[in-house]
Design a protein around this ligand. Structure first.
Ligand code: ZN
Length: 409
């Protein structure tokens, strides 16, 4: 790819990430250039992977041999790389990696420092990696894309409860893992709207473990969620669930936490008004030191959003408008907990109903039909082809004047 075409294709998203989390845009662009040889590499072309990111991506995996350095010696090794649907998706995925605590010194650094720190943190094994990046940034003046000021956005990890093979509680035609995920996406929208960076513990419907034994799977899954949150500079960890009970009358909403504090109270208070508005029961804040998922380093809460076993509440959780309003309330609570002022969503402007187009009719339909009938009689009575043709033409003129379709072409 031509250098300018490559830079234009990637720079906007790189600048966006720069503003959002403080990763220099020049570093992002230079790394992509270096790793893909201006977008020409097999990984870039076949897997939209611009950074040699290993693992499983949103579009699956891509297997390929790549150079690895051990004690400065280069060897070729087969590795599994992430596959992406788009370049933007890949850039976002790299941001998620750089939010890991070991890359803390890259965030907010000037581009020169960032080039060295990203290597020191273990991003690449090639000892010449930092100088290669610096060279690219200088030669193509990529530093012009760096924003001096970025707002260090808060980081919220949303944990949609459960994940197959564990569907969570089931009832009234709902599965907990699925509703939790739907709600998580809506809460993410609210937080993103306020400039908060949001990461999910699980991005698909499956749990984070591949163990076939259900109990092992659950344990590994919960540990992985905890590890994920702890590996980032997480400001708040929000786990979303639905409650269940043998008694279909059990109802209400509750906030679970490891220890009660101001943030948890702020989160719960924000939802009270919503509950009152809908006449729903507030079961309050409950301390649960036994829940593994709440034992993360960040401030954490687990929300039991109503009872899947209660037909009325299950119906509410199926309702798109209700879910949207609930997500706003939860989002507002999380924002308050992390010290960001909530701004209500702008009401979408009600589109002005467009008046039905007035058909410009020169003649009333019934008048037209009267004339057409006369013309038809004349047509039937006539033996002259020219006259017949003329009657047909006149009838069509009348039809057009009355807003009808021509018949005689
Ligand atoms: Zn649950």
């Amino acid at each position: 790819m031509e250098p300018q075409a490559f830079i234009s294709k990637i720079k906007d998203t790189a600048i966006e990430e720069n503003k959002k989390v403080g990763i220099p845009a020049s570093l992002t662009i230079a790394q992509a250039i270096l790793e893909t040889g201006w977008g020409e590499s097999e990984l870039a072309k076949k897997a939209n992977n611009l950074f040699g990111l290993k693992g499983t991506g949103p579009a699956g995996t891509y297997e390929k041999e790549s150079p690895e350095y051990q004690n400065g010696k280069k060897t070729m090794e087969k590795s599994i790389f992430c596959k992406y649907n788009t370049w933007d998706e890949c850039i976002e995925s790299r941001t998620e990696r750089l939010l890991n605590v070991e890359y803390a010194k890259v965030i907010g650094a000037d581009w020169r420092t960032a080039c060295t720190e990203v290597w020191k943190a273990g991003y690449a094994t090639d000892p010449k990696y930092p100088s290669k990046l610096i060279d690219i940034i200088q030669r193509y003046e990529l530093y012009q894309y760096d924003k001096g000021e970025y707002r260090m956005s808060k980081l919220v990890v949303i944990d949609p409860g459960h994940g197959l093979p564990d569907p969570g509680a089931c009832g009234n035609g709902l599965q907990e893992h699925e509703r939790a995920f739907a709600l998580a996406q809506l809460v993410k929208n609210v937080l993103s709207r306020h400039g908060v960076t949001v990461l999910f513990t699980r991005n698909g419907e499956r749990s984070l473990s591949s163990a076939t034994n259900l109990k092992t799977n659950k344990n590994e899954d919960l540990a992985a969620r905890q590890r994920f949150s702890n590996s980032k500079a997480t400001d708040f960890f929000l786990s979303l669930h639905m409650n269940a009970s043998d008694d279909p009358a059990s109802n209400g909403y509750e906030t679970l936490c490891y220890s009660q504090n101001g943030q948890i109270e702020a989160l719960h208070v924000a939802i009270k008004a919503f509950l009152q508005r809908h006449g729903l029961k507030d079961r309050g804040i409950k301390i649960r030191t036994d829940l593994a998922v709440l034992k993360v380093k960040a401030k954490a809460a687990l929300l039991e959003c109503f009872f899947i076993s209660n037909p009325k509440e299950a119906a509410l959780m199926k309702d798109a408008a209700f879910l949207l309003e609930l997500a706003e309330a939860i989002g507002q609570g999380v924002l308050t907990a992390i010290g960001i002022a909530y701004v209500p969503m702008k009401k979408p402007e009600t589109p002005q109903p467009t008046p039905p187009k007035e058909e410009k009719k020169l003649m009333k339909t019934e008048d037209a039909n009267k004339i057409i009938r006369v013309l038809q009689d004349r047509w039937n009575a006539s033996t002259c082809q020219d006259e017949k043709k003329e009657m047909g033409r006149l009838a069509d003129e009348v039809r057009v004047a009355a807003g009808m379709k021509k018949v005689n072409g």
